[in-house]
Ligand binder design. Structure first.
Ligand code: FES
Length: 104
């Protein structure tokens, strides 16, 4: 196989979460219960998966921004530049700054 037919792409996101952030309660609409996010839990996506709540994501398979969800209430902060709509959140790159209700 010719070398130019073989290529690799690496997908990653900043995951350095500021340690001074306060714990927040995260609710995902349509799922039972909620979970408490802490800085040690990482991004919203990592924390949700650790809590047993499946959220959409696809960075690891080349489908960036597939983790986008709507913020029904509360506010998140992105760890990287984000130019999307104010009520959208890329969960693999964001942390909560208030309690949140998300709609996947
Ligand atoms: S899944 Fe790639 S930006 Fe979140």
């Amino acid at each position: 196989m010719p070398h130019f037919d073989v290529f690799a792409e690496a997908f990653s996101a900043a995951t350095t979460v500021p340690a001074h952030l306060e714990p927040r309660t995260i609710t995902v609409a349509g799922t039972p219960g909620s979970f408490v996010w802490t800085p040690a839990a990482g991004t919203l996506l990592d924390a949700a998966l650790a809590a047993g709540i499946g959220l959409p994501s696809g960075c690891r398979v080349g489908q960036c921004e597939s983790c986008i969800v709507r913020v029904l209430s509360g506010e998140c902060a992105h760890l990287v530049a984000f130019e999307g709509e104010a009520d959208r959140c890329l969960t693999c790159q964001a942390v909560p700054v208030t309690d949140l209700v998300l709609a996947p």
